[in-house]
Design a protein around this ligand. Structure first.
Ligand code: ZN
Length: 48
């Protein structure tokens, strides 16, 4: 099941999804934390 992503800076779980970035080894999800307003990416195997 999907787990909420935690902000690596603040630890908050509220974030805004900003889209994907395509890298050589796959997709990463761009997110922006609602708590500290910093951007971070999450890597996940996307199963569609
Ligand atoms: Zn944060």
């Amino acid at each position: 099941m999907a787990r909420p992503y935690k902000c690596p800076y603040y630890g908050g779980v509220k974030s805004i999804w900003k889209g994907y970035r395509i890298l050589k080894d796959g997709k990463v999800r761009l997110r922006r934390c609602c708590m500290c307003d910093r951007k971070y990416v999450t890597r996940k195997k996307v199963i569609l």
